[in-house]
Design a protein around this ligand. Structure first.
Ligand SMILES: Nc1ncnc2c1ncn2[C@@H]1O[C@H](COP(=O)(O)OP(=O)(O)O)[C@@H](O)[C@H]1O
Ligand SMILES: [Mg+2]
Length: 340
């Protein structure tokens, strides 16, 4: 990975143990995920509900320990910081889904800014602090006057999300993790916030992980994207290649939900992924096998490898087979009666 890589994940997994001592259920929420995010890049992390996006975000933010694997953050000086105790002050900031939950309704929002200034010792006196707050708020189209003395309920959802973005920028982070940051704001202003992210990432040279189950906004704003399915990344690469020329059957299914004509235009309308079904996670084969229209025999008992297709990653046996020129025999997994 290049020196401009701000975030690196190497084989990161998270396994939750549920139930009693006698009926242990293991849920692999995140399964061997590796990825890199560069400066000036918006990296999309998309997948249906339950695919492991938020768990991954919480590990990157330092809220949860990975069960295995390594997470490395490189600050502006390029020095690697391996995720550990000092992580929270190492320039990684979160932007959450609901700005009304981010701020206490009984507290003036400016208090949060002054707290951050105090915590990180960003100013030597009150005038200094106000000027720093004002400068940061201007980056998101607001200013100190616009927030002074006001409570969260006095803002619209979109405005308050801008306020929370400004607060996350106050200590000059190099990496933003935004988990569904526009899903709670009005559809009409969603794009203006996505445009703001683009502008900030370009201008400040930040890396950003944008987590969503909405492929339309992901296509609109991301440089690269990873599609998650049950904890695995099944496709990853430039957003154009992954979403417009999908090589993985799952991503093709998602694309086929959209009419053929005017594909790029249609992506700007909202596309929801299906809710996750309740299959068990403990299969030895491909996790998508039972839903895959192109399933072959090997998919049922062997986990596919990550295959590099001209710079994009695709986790699928079909690609391996077609590359090696092996014949593809349908498995009959979807037929209910098998003669044996
Ligand atoms: N604290 C937890 N304890 C047990 N299981 C969890 C916990 N957090 C998440 N999970 C499970 O991990 C999987 C991934 O969840 P999550 O990361 O929230 O997915 P997403 O954000 O993509 O919707 C789900 O099956 C979820 O039920
Ligand atoms: Mg989530």
């Amino acid at each position: 990975m290049t020196i401009n890589t701000i975030l690196e994940l190497h084989n990161v997994s998270k396994v939750y143990q549920m139930g009693s001592m006698f009926s242990r259920l293991r849920i692999t929420a995140v399964d061997q995920v590796s990825l890199g995010v560069g400066a000036g890049e918006i990296f999309g992390l998309a997948g249906e509900s339950g695919s492991g996006k938020s768990t991954l975000a919480r590990m990157i933010l330092g809220f949860e320990e990975p069960s295995s694997g390594m997470i490395i953050h490189r600050g502006k000086d390029g020095k690697p910081i391996i995720r550990g105790k000092i992580w929270r002050t190492a320039g990684v900031q979160a932007i959450f889904q609901n700005p009304f939950e981010t701020f206490n309704p009984l507290r003036q929002v400016e208090r949060y800014f002054f707290d951050t200034i105090d915590n990180f010792k960003l100013a030597s006196n009150k005038a200094d602090a106000k000027s720093r707050i004002d400068t940061t708020l201007k980056m998101v189209g607001l200013n100190y006057e616009a927030i002074a003395g006001r409570y969260p309920s006095e803002f619209s959802g979109g405005q308050l999300q801008r306020v929370s973005i400004a607060r996350s920028l106050l200590n000059e982070p190099s990496l933003l993790i935004a988990d569904e940051p526009v899903s709670m704001v009005d559809a009409s202003i969603r794009m203006s916030i996505m445009n703001l992210f683009r502008e900030l990432v370009d201008r400040l040279g930040l890396g950003m992980v944008y987590i969503t189950h909405d492929l339309a906004t992901a296509y609109y704003v991301c440089n690269r994207i990873a599609i998650m399915f049950k904890g695995n990344i099944v496709a990853m690469g430039d957003v154009e290649r992954v979403l417009i020329e999908p090589k993985h059957p799952y991503v093709r299914l998602l694309r086929d939900c959209i009419p053929e004509t005017d594909l790029k235009k249609r992506w700007t309308t909202k596309v929801q992924l299906a809710e996750s079904d309740t299959e068990e996670y403990l299969r030895s084969g491909c996790k998508f096998a039972s839903r895959c229209p192109q399933v072959i025999e090997i998919c049922k008992h062997e986990m596919p490898k990550d295959i590099d297709v001209e710079g994009s990653l695709v986790k699928c046996h079909l690609l391996d087979y077609s590359r090696k020129g092996q014949p593809i025999v349908p498995s009959g997994l979807h037929t209910s009666t098998e003669v044996g």
